[in-house]
Design a protein around this ligand. Sequence first.
Ligand code: 2HG
Ligand code: ZN
Length: 462
Amino acid sequence: MTDPRLDTLLQSCPGLRLKTDPADLEHYGRDWTRRWTPAPLAIALPGSVEDVQAVVRWANEHKVAVVPSGGRTGLSGGAVAANGELVLSLERLNKALDFNAVDRTLTVQAGMPLEAVHNAAREHGLLYPVDFAARGSCSIGGNIATNAGGIRVIRYGNTREWIAGLKVVAGNGELLEFNKGLIKNSSGYDFRQLLIGSEGTLGIVVEATLKLTDPPPASNVMLLALPSFEVLMQVFSAFRERMQLEAFEFFTDRAVHHVTAHGAPYPFAETYPYYVVTEYAAADEAGEAAALAAFEHCMEQGWVLDGVISASEAQAQQLWRLREGITESLARYRPYKNDVSVRISAMPAFLEEAQALISGAYPQFDVVWFGHIGDGNLHINVLKPEDSSDAEFLGQCEQVTKLLAQVLHRFHGSISAEHGIGLVKKPYLSSTRDAAEIALMRGVKQAFDPLGLMNPGKLFDR
Ligand code: 2HG
Ligand code: ZN
């Protein structure tokens, strides 16, 4: 054991596993961002809530910062440990604890992967509806810490809507229980909601009681080819007016270029500038007829040039792969990512300005646009050219993000729609949250985490 403080940690918490191998420090010290060099003190893997409390109390005694760690699939550096922090991995706390059929709730430990949550809900004939491509790797605790969104927000909302109760170890080691599974609770501040999206800066989510809902309707998936950006919102309105949308996602020809190079099958004979993949309830003929009516209307208007409807579950998955495979297909280019949102009604005007800004700023770069257009959420990935150094590329991207943040500020939008602020977007927080709000956030942090040990430096500096 290299650091004597770690001996005292093991003594005070015998159930704990500690990892200090360089390979483990590297593995657990970073997330899907690759900008920072991991340098944690050690990795603590508690086996119980009591262990988590003991670790946090030890951290207070020794003034050691703690970085909570789930699946580390985050894209904003929220789970990065680059400054001698203790990484507290929830991966051993990965089980479902209780299902309540009357309440329709599932109580789970924070380290449970999202996909395992889906499967557990399905075994009870129900649905946990928050869903996105990282489902197999991310954990529910991380979803809660970032208020994760994903591909079904248009229908079901963000993680925030699905949390009926939370158990949290606060910055001083105290175990707090919020809302206890209640549907109605009008008794003052809702700390549960404060913790959701707090990115580990207030405490560590150890357990959650999740709301479940009816199983998903039978659905179909349609891929649409569009001639231009300008018609995107018209197509969205045409479909939303006629049917129950489960998802409505868009991406560009550049995205298709990368995702098909990465193995995704492509159903059309030619390529198009823009695409939409939409999933819609199609339990009966009326659902399918509505989809066809929307499609025909869009074709007549010239808003849609081509389309294909899934004829089987396997084909539905193939169409989804064109959208869900994008992030993975871009990873090798070390993209600079923006994840921004505006109100849906502001989307057309924002799209126009953002596109002019980005194409003016990066004429030489490969820029991939995609996202949850029906939620007003755009992902903009700028791929690093091979001949550009990391520092030069980052500098250029940050310059443009500064300008984009100004545009967002004017549109009352958000610099982080669903990935969190973490380290990556910290310089731009004030474009979205005003000074009074940030001052309140600091006050809240002080109340939950008096010594400032919970994921310090993420979201804002103290
Ligand atoms: C998605 O919608 C994720 O696929 C990742 O939020 C977005 O890689 C990205 O920029
Ligand atoms: Zn997304």
